[in-house]
Design a protein around this ligand. Sequence first.
Ligand code: FDA
Length: 581
Amino acid sequence: MHVVETDVLIVGSGPAGACAALALSTYGVPHIVVTRYSRLTRTPRAHITNQRTMEILRDLGVEDEVLAQATPQNLMGNTTFCTSMAGEELGRIRSWGNDPLVQAAHDLASPTRMCDMPQHLMEPVLIDAALARGSNVRFSTVYKSFEQDEDGVTVTVEDRLRGDEYQIRAKYLIGADGGRSQIAEDAGLPMGGQMGVAGSINIVFDADLSKYTAHRPSTLYWVLAPGATVGGIGAGLVRCVKPWNEWLIVWGYDVSAGAPDLTEEYALSVVRQLVGDDDIPVTIKSSSAWTVNEMYAETYANGRVLCAGDAVHRHPPSNGLGSNTSIQDAYNLAWKLKLVLDGTATPKLLDSYDAERAPVGKQIVTRANKSIGETAPIFDALDGLSPQTPEQLWANIDARKDATEAAAKQRAALREAIAFKVYEFNAHGVDLNQRYSAESSTAVVPDGTPDPGFERDRELYHQPSSRPGAKLPHAWITSGTRTVSTLDTVGKGRFTLLTGIGGEAWVRAAQAQSLDIATVVIGPGQEYDDPYGDWARLREVSEAGALLVRPDGYVAFRHADAAGNAEQLLTDALRRILGHG
Ligand code: FDA
């Protein structure tokens, strides 16, 4: 059988596979992507794109392209609860950073803005850029099986155009083959949780709904209607794909009864119920059934086979974590593969991928499923959970307008239940507080300081930190007349050492390493200055101290002050990180 050779084989061109391809092509690592279909995804699927993902896309040079196509943050934020788009409104929550206080937190946390970038627009941006940088992408090519030995992985694939099979011999295999991952199964990755906890239907349609959105622009409109708590994701959802003409409805079904027959007539009836205005012309584009899952892999790798994305964490769209976490997995993995493949690091570095990302995967699966349950109090406040006859639900909704004590209580309960959805729609900490532990990851060097924990709710509030295992804090600094983020000084596939006046020994120590380390000195008269004093407030080390930042923007090592033995300290840190220890 014909055998093709490469360094890395990526199976899948979804957010995980596409980001892996983009990062590896940016770093100059030879690789091949194989993907089942003749095209990228056609349906909008994942869409909320958080600040951490935007930081990654900024480093990989595609932030502007994404922003040019995405729905901007200011049009995302009036998450509305209603009986239908045309029906009665029950309340709103300012979401996705559009609450003024949360917006300030977003501005302080990152140089980027979150946006709404549907997956069918995101994948082409990632794959086009990867192709332009040398990625080799084979469509209509299906993964069949793999065998691994000490030196590599031999993967059998089927070429669907030619109708035959061939083999690809790679040093590493990335299984980015989605929620039904054959690779995770073949690799025997142990899974926790369960699949198919509820049934859901996506219906994509064209309709001009601007008359129901102009006064409350939003990406999400939640519909509390009879039947809305059966299966699904907590309530009916009308989601904007392209303002304000293209939409996606998510509607549940009883998973024990199986998915309904997805005829055009059925899809139209659901659209009519959730839109609530039969005069608006509707064109159904597609319908598909899927299940809500609550499953995560306990480990992400088996030898030379590493899985990423939905292959290792499967959960509902609540909190918009699906493609974000998949992109973040791939970005965590790509630089490690590069350094192992070019001989800078030993394969031990790859153990840190699993150690760092598996806890994140478990956490987001739990969060997303919890968010579904947190919609129930809204129905509770309307006595709407059972029995759900339309008449009773509407009567309960009407009852909240009465001048009675009971109605006042109901109004308060409804306000409170909607406000509690902040954990789904404004969970800035879930997006940005991922920490990698030096106890489990060797790519993080403990600095002897105790874990300070989180001062406020870690799911809601981002807490910057320069402690090893945290993402480098963002601060606006200057270089001549340019204003840049501290995050702009790191990345690009390289380690970076940040120090200030008095940190010359750290700069020399970085330059003395065989590894290429960028150096950044911040202070008056240096290449960078800190005119606002923001960096001084955030860095948590003295001016002459040092932070060593990994190519993925995470702090790997820090030292509080100048050190006479800076070179030795840095060399020791790198030995641990690169697996030479
Ligand atoms: P993803 O599933 O995107 O990609 C897998 C890739 O592997 C595909 O390119 C596929 O063709 C390929 N592949 C699979 N098996 C293969 C094989 N044997 N050989 C070759 N290639 C193979 N999320 C959200 O936040 N909001 C939403 O509304 C939705 N809606 C939604 C609808 C539907 C129908 C699905 C299936 C999923 C969602 N999601 C979602 C989830 C979101 O799409 C998901 O989290 C990300 O796409 C995960 O990205 P991955 O790259 O890991 O997998």
